[in-house]
Write a protein that binds this ligand. Structure first.
Ligand code: SF4
Length: 215
């Protein structure tokens, strides 16, 4: 069923080409900055960093904290996020960069990322999937809402890792599918399965228990 949902969404929306970034460090910066804000705000903050030539771990580390805060201000919570970017940049440099960290097993890299201040499960898994190409499914509030409404899980308050493992157990461990499926869930929930759902033209309406009950 999970795979069916993926296939119908993919057929309907097409490839989403995530994560929108020029390199892996930019993916990580985006994953940190997107906490509690919209992607359009993140784009403004990333643009500021890029325009001034600060989008590298070395430059972020040496950058004066107040200047960093002002550059990422559009993404909100700029005090916390500036600190998180510095912590992540230091970690990346001290660990030998992406190549060296890639050699760690999926879960030891996950644990390492989760041990960094301000990196929660969704951020860590976004970094693992989109920057390190590790087959770990990214769960977010959209994922919980959608699969709950479809009737594939019993509660929208399901534990993060429990849902991640259910999805991982029901789709092939294929990076392309993981990558696209998460992006497609976000797209579906922004266009159709909103807080107040727009069911009539939803591509997965025939699979949906919520709609069945409603109708
Ligand atoms: S039919 Fe409605 S509730 Fe079901 S997935 Fe689509 S938008 Fe969401």
């Amino acid at each position: 069923m999970f795979l069916n949902v993926y296939e119908v969404l993919f057929k309907f929306f097409g490839p989403q080409n995530w994560w929108p970034a020029d390199d892996r460090f930019e993916v990580c910066v985006g994953a940190i900055l997107t906490q509690n804000t919209s992607w359009s705000n993140v784009e403004k903050a990333i643009r500021n960093l890029k325009v001034h030539g600060y989008l590298s771990p070395e430059r972020i580390l040496e950058l004066d904290s107040d200047i960093l805060k002002s550059l990422i201000r559009p993404a909100g919570f700029y005090n916390q996020k500036a600190e998180r970017l510095k912590i992540f940049s230091r970690f990346l440099l001290e660990s030998g960069g992406f190549e060296s960290l890639s050699k760690l097993s999926n879960y030891s890299l996950r644990e390492t990322l989760l041990s960094l201040k301000g990196i929660g499960k969704e951020t860590a898994d976004s970094i693992l999937l989109y920057a390190f190409s590790k087959p770990i499914f990214v769960v977010d509030a959209y994922t919980k809402r959608l699969f709950y409404r479809l009737g594939l899980i019993d509660s929208e308050k399901i534990d993060y890792d429990k849902l991640r493992k259910i999805i991982e157990g029901n789709i092939p461990a294929d990076i392309t599918i993981y990558n696209e499926f998460h992006a497609l869930i976000v797209r579906e929930c922004k266009e159709f399965c909103r807080k107040k759902p727009v069911c009539e033209n939803c591509p997965i309406v025939r699979m949906c228990r919520f709609y069945e009950r409603k109708g």
